[in-house]
Design a protein around this ligand. Structure first.
Ligand SMILES: [Zn+2]
Length: 997
């Protein structure tokens, strides 16, 4: 086995004979393969001779190998056929005829990534793993799934849509529509931002494939039939339509053989092309209705954007130039559009589709606002036009341009943990549209070429003239908020159901009832998954990865954790400031404080100038609130602020100076900018609830159980959403400025700080010097003490059970149940972790996703937080799901755990433990939480030892006992109208402080 070794930064030949006769290299301009020195890789582009299947292989010394197979799947309607096919393909294949092999493989593998998605024009099935045997196993399962799926009608009904009675056992109860994709898309469409972006795009591309929703529009999904699904697969999932991607240090030869075999029965066919002809319509204005947002004032609920047709995606250099142009135009406080639209407070933030969209064959750029009053739209439009005109005359400040280009180069030098997958993402869209994917890998060439084009003058001015001053295809899209919107959706859904049912005879309805019972029976059936390949515990390394660190001191007394390794010429800095004094009243201000540090500007300079310096010299500076629980005591937490940055080694001194400038000199009196920031944060955070409601529900449930979760709820939970929306309503922000100054005093303190630096051997001294300099000038409050009492007092905390419901204007719900257990070092901690891994695939997935029709659900155990939790995601029946959580406990207590179930649960745990880290994250578990390599190794060994009876013991002790019930809370976030029959037992928490909305 020859692994493309890197020597002196140059990749050697992978092997002379990697190309089997059935695959040939694609020659373009004489280039068979390309060595990309700065990325330390060698790329090969191949074509399957008989079928025309394309393959991109990237040889690189990286054990996190990645693979993907994908097909062109542009839709011609909004039934979501491509998306439902993506799901159904993973429900069993000829060689692996088990239900849901994809989810089954999650626990038989140590994959670092497994997923599938449907983009506008293509569907992809990627995975990554560090284990060679696992790679072969997964490749086999993916290839069989793609080319020989069973696509049974029952799978289509489970994953796509089906008519089903509300109470499936009762033949008189009313009909509804169920299905995994149906619910997933209902959830996606209830997110006001993504609804806006989708509808605007549909209006922008009439008559093309992009006028349809590739994921499926809930009102059209029920038009799709099983026959249409099967036919779509036949026509599209064909090697002639396929793109295969592989990455890493495994040899290519055996992979070529495996794929060759998997497509042996296929002949060549005409590949699908993306029908794409935009007929310019000049200026078009469209107004539609959408939902009301429950934060923000009632008279500022409109969203609007202006979209412009830009370049052909296949012009790679122009696409790159456009993405830089878009960043300079829109992002950051010094961007002209930001100054024209956001600083004016006309809206609460950019509209969800704002930005350059290189995801369609003909690309586009949109600019708009959400949270704007109708009467201001015209003014905003005028400002947008004026801003384009100004950029068309003046271009951008040269220093900002240089900062943007430096950012691109730094991003590629940074060694990310999922490099293989991120490369795949960056080439995919172009590749599916016929661009040579290797073109995208020449990042330095692209930057150099762009720089010289800019040097020769008027590059950005040219872009404005080409696409924006007299656009032949421009859409002004407005979405007005209609309080009755949600109700109308319900009514429309009911009408749809009535029409469907009315069109069916009694016989047919009986047939559907029968099919539903069959589906339920099949879902409940225990099946033999022996056909699927699996890793065993003997494939797991006994020793985990170690990341050696050395401890040092800077500025006389501040602890420094040094990690010296190969960093590609980058230095990483991380600082934690522990807040030991009690300031519970200041705590909710922490998120705003952290954002304010990189938004308000300092006493000396405005943010625009600082931002440019940050871009020129670093990969960004970020601050965030920090909470962690004592490894031996759930009642003790450490709380404060964590911040960091990274930079090329030649900019070390500047990086430390910039960090210090923000820490010392941020101008919290800048209430004008503060107002804009509060408004943007409040809107973003509310939108986040629609997106990750399960995480909010978990925090809400956990908040009554441990001090860390109480703090997390206050910082990142529903309480924080409420807090921010309260601030957004304040007329006078001066008191808030004063609070932020108080936080600054309390948080930044030389006596309570610790730092970590990851760097190359050669840059230690430079970092030490810069760090000493920063600490010498770091604040040390005159009245500071080192009293041992955390910001949120843990000692007085008493855990108590609670049931909380948070109503929101969503058409979907999230449920969570949380249980306080034991700290990290307790012997039961590893057992609980294995238990969570066993419950998810063997019980919860089936019950919550397949039976209740939620998009997802499961159990997770956070060892560091000592919290065991159950959750559901986009769930039509959260109360049934909560009952399921309890049933899961009964199930495990009465279930005979098999050897395989236990081993699979442990494999999943090891898969998590061995997730590759980016350079920046190595050694961070020790720095942030005190978890050393030795502790991790000891814990690793304990996982091997966990027995079946251990799992029953901990289930009984922590989840089932009467004592356990006192430490168990539940939370539901979701539909206002949700039928809470036992409402008296629930505490209602509203997201808004005022009842005016
Ligand atoms: Zn999906």
């Amino acid at each position: 086995m020859h692994r493309g070794a890197i020597q002196g930064g140059r990749m050697l030949h992978v092997t002379g004979s990697i190309v089997r006769p059935s695959f040939s290299r694609i020659s373009q301009r004489g280039v068979l393969s390309k060595t990309v020195g700065e990325l330390k890789l060698r790329a090969f582009r191949l074509k399957h001779q008989r079928t025309g299947a394309e393959w991109l292989h990237i040889a690189r010394e990286d054990s996190n190998n990645a693979f993907s197979i994908g097909f062109t799947t542009s839709p011609s309607d909004s039934t979501g056929v491509a998306h439902i096919l993506e799901h159904t393909t993973l429900c069993g294949s000829v060689r692996y005829p088990v239900r849901d092999p994809f989810f089954k493989m999650l626990s038989r593998s140590m994959s670092t990534y497994m997923n599938a998605w449907t983009a506008h024009d293509y569907t992809q099935y990627p995975f990554a793993t560090q284990n060679a045997k696992d790679y072969e196993n997964l490749q086999g399962v993916y290839l069989d799934a793609a080319f020989r799926p069973l696509l049974r009608e029952a799978d289509f009904r489970q994953e796509g849509w089906r008519l089903e009675r509300g109470d499936s056992g009762d033949s008189t109860s009313s009909w509804g529509i169920k299905g995994v994709v149906y619910n997933e898309m209902k959830g996606a469409f209830s997110d006001a931002g993504s609804l806006f972006a989708t509808r605007a795009e549909q209006q922008f591309f009439p008559g093309t494939t992009y006028a349809h929703v590739s994921g499926g529009d809930p009102q059209f999904i029920p038009d799709l039939t099983h026959e249409q699904l099967v036919e779509f697969h036949r026509a599209r999932y064909h090697p002639s339509n396929a793109r295969v991607y592989s990455y890493g240090d495994l040899p290519l030869g055996p992979q070529l053989a495996r794929v060759d075999k998997a497509i042996a029965q296929f002949e060549r066919m005409q590949p699908a092309t993306v029908p794409m002809e935009v007929r310019p319509f000049g200026l078009r204005k469209v107004t539609e209705f959408g939902p009301v947002e429950s934060v923000g004032s009632p008279d500022k609920q409109t969203k609007f954007s202006v979209s412009y047709l830009t370049n052909d995606l296949r012009d790679v250099q122009e696409t790159f130039g456009m993405s830089i142009f878009s960043g300079l135009l829109l992002n950051g406080t010094s961007a002209p559009m930001h100054q024209a639209l956001i600083d004016s407070h006309m809206g609460s933030g950019y509209s969800a589709n704002t930005g350059y969209a290189p995801f369609t064959r003909q690309t586009s750029l949109a600019v708009g606002l959400q949270g704007i009053a109708d009467k201001d739209i015209e003014l905003a439009e005028k400002r947008i036009a004026e801003t384009f005109a100004r950029v068309g005359e003046e271009g951008f400040e040269r220093r900002r341009v240089d900062a943007a280009l430096a950012g691109v180069e730094l991003a590629y030098k940074h060694r990310a943990a999922d490099f293989g997958l991120s490369l795949m993402r960056s080439v995919s869209t172009g590749w599916f549209h016929g661009v040579d994917p290797i073109t995208y890998l020449r990042v330095s060439d692209a930057v150099a070429q762009l720089r010289s084009t800019i040097d020769s003058g008027k590059f950005f001015e040219g872009i404005v003239n080409r696409y924006f001053t007299q656009s032949p295809h421009q859409l002004r899209y407005v979405m007005l908020a209609d309080p009755a919107y949600g109700q109308q959706l319900d009514t429309r859904e009911n009408e749809l159901i009535q029409t469907k049912v009315a069109g069916l005879g009694r016989r047919e309805l009986e047939k559907i009832d029968a099919k539903n019972s069959e589906l339920a029976a099949e879902q409940a059936k225990k099946e033999d998954v022996g056909a699927l390949p699996t890793l065993t515990l003997s494939d797991v390394a006994e020793r985990g990865q170690r990341h050696a660190v050395d401890m040092g001191v800077a500025g006389d007394s501040v602890p420094v954790q040094w990690r010296t390794t190969t960093t590609n010429g980058i230095s990483y800095l991380r600082v934690i400031n522990d807040v030991r004094e009690k300031h519970p009243d200041l705590w909710p201000y922490m998120p705003l404080f952290c954002e304010a540090l990189t938004y308000l500007g300092t006493q000396k300079r405005d943010m625009a100038q600082i931002e440019t310096d940050i871009g020129l010299h670093t990969g960004g500076i970020s601050f965030s609130p920090f909470v962690t629980t004592d490894l031996g005591n759930l009642g003790h937490i450490e709380a404060g602020i964590s911040f960091g940055s990274h930079c090329l080694d030649q900019h070390i001194a500047s990086m430390y100076e910039l960090v210090l400038e923000l820490v010392r000199e941020t101008n919290f009196s800048n209430t004008g900018r503060l107002r804009a920031l509060v408004s943007v944060m409040s809107t973003n955070m509310f939108n986040e609830v629609a997106d990750s409601g399960h995480a909010f529900a978990r925090r809400l449930a956990g908040s009554t159980l441990t001090p860390e979760l109480q703090a997390s709820e206050s910082l990142r939970g529903i309480s924080q959403v409420r807090f921010l929306s309260g601030l957004a309503r304040l007329k006078d922000l001066e008191p808030v400025s004063e609070r932020l100054r108080q936080v600054q005093e309390v948080v930044f303190n030389r006596l309570t700080m610790r730092t970590a630096v990851t760097t190359n051997q050669g840059s230690i001294d430079t970092n030490q010097q810069a760090l000493d300099g920063m600490i010498a000038n770091y604040p040390q409050p005159s009245n500071s003490t080192t009293a041992e009492s955390p910001a949120v007092s843990g000692s007085k905390f008493t855990a108590e059970a609670a049931r909380v419901f948070c109503p929101l204007p969503f058409a979907t719900n999230y449920a969570a149940q949380a249980v306080r257990t034991v700290p990290y070092t307790h012997a039961d901690s590893v057992r609980l972790q294995v238990l969570a891994k066993l419950l998810t695939p063997n019980y919860l997935h089936r019950e919550i996703r397949e039976r209740n029709g939620a998009y997802g659900g499961g159990a997770v155990y956070s060892a560091a937080q000592g919290l065991f939790s159950f959750f559901s995601y986009r769930d039509p029946q959260p109360l049934a799901t909560i009952a399921t959580f309890d049933k899961a406990v009964d199930w495990i207590l009465n279930h005979t755990i098999s050897d395989r179930e236990l081993d699979e649960a442990k494999l999943s745990v090891f898969g998590d433990l061995d997730t590759p880290l980016s350079v920046a994250d190595e050694g961070m578990a020790y720095f942030t939480a005190g978890i050393s390599d030795d502790m991790r190794q000891e814990r690793r060994e304990q996982f091997f030892e966990v027995t079946k009876s251990d799992l029953k013991d901990v289930a009984n002790k922590y989840l089932a006992s009467d004592e356990a019930k006192k430490h168990t809370s539940v939370a539901v976030i979701g539909e206002e109208g949700l039928d809470m029959t036992e409402i008296s037992r629930w505490r209602i928490t509203n997201i808004c402080t005022s009842s005016s909305v």
